[in-house]
Design a binder for this molecule. Structure first.
Ligand code: HEC
Length: 180
């Protein structure tokens, strides 16, 4: 009798010990998985924001042509915008390529450019980039957008320009034309 009791309580003790170790490992797994899941949520939210804020409408390669490249989005456009009196500005490559894109920019630098129009080198972006409207972006969405840009496939593609008002323009651009 006593032996059986002892055996039962021993196996109970064993069972509860293994259950608690399973619980500990589950907590550990969820702690490890949590940041990754959060990053995925941010990327999804950022992708959604980029879509409804139409970043690709200007920054996709082939934007304003019948065949924009949607396979590697936001890799920069060959079609510029003339801002009268300021020059011609091309939507740059936003993928994390180090040479030709935003690979060397921190998320904070990306957020500053999108919401205040200031590039890391201090130059203010031309109003063809709608940063004044994007200044209304809330902090959480701004981080999600920057996290999404950082998650893109890096593409090596240097866009033309920018060209000053009197410089020769070597690529196509949209402009404001007065009626003849
Ligand atoms: C209407 C066209 C247009 C839209 C829409 C647009 N951009 Fe731009 N963007 C531009 C142009 C043009 C420039 C270059 C301006 C300049 O050089 O002064 C630019 C510049 C930038 C830059 C600076 C990059 C660099 O290398 O200097 C970033 C970052 C950027 N855009 C991000 C975005 C994001 C993110 C979105 C969507 C939320 C977006 N843009 C939507 C036209 C656009």
């Amino acid at each position: 009798m006593t032996v059986t009791k002892c055996g039962t309580s021993l196996s109970r003790a064993f069972l509860s010990a293994s259950l608690s170790s399973i619980a500990v490992s589950l907590i550990a797994v969820s702690l490890v998985a949590a940041p990754e899941a959060r990053a995925n949520d941010q990327i999804k939210r950022g992708q959604y924001l980029a879509r409804i804020m139409d970043c690709g409408g200007c920054h996709n390669t082939g934007a304003f042509t019948p065949q924009p490249n949607l396979k590697t989005p936001l890799a920069g456009s060959e079609i510029g915008f003339e801002v009268p009196g300021m020059g011609v500005f091309f939507p740059p490559n936003l993928t994390p390529d180090r040479e030709t894109g935003l690979g060397n920019w921190s998320k904070d630098e990306i957020i500053a450019a999108v919401t205040t129009g200031i590039r890391p080198d201090g130059r203010e972006l031309a109003p063809a980039m709608p940063w004044r409207s994007y200044s209304a972006l809330d902090a959480k969405d701004a981080v999600a957008l920057a996290t999404y840009l950082k998650s893109l496939t890096p593409v090596s593609h240097k866009v033309p320009g920018p060209f000053g008002p009197n410089e020769e323009k070597t690529a196509a651009y949209l402009t404001v034309a007065a009626p003849q």
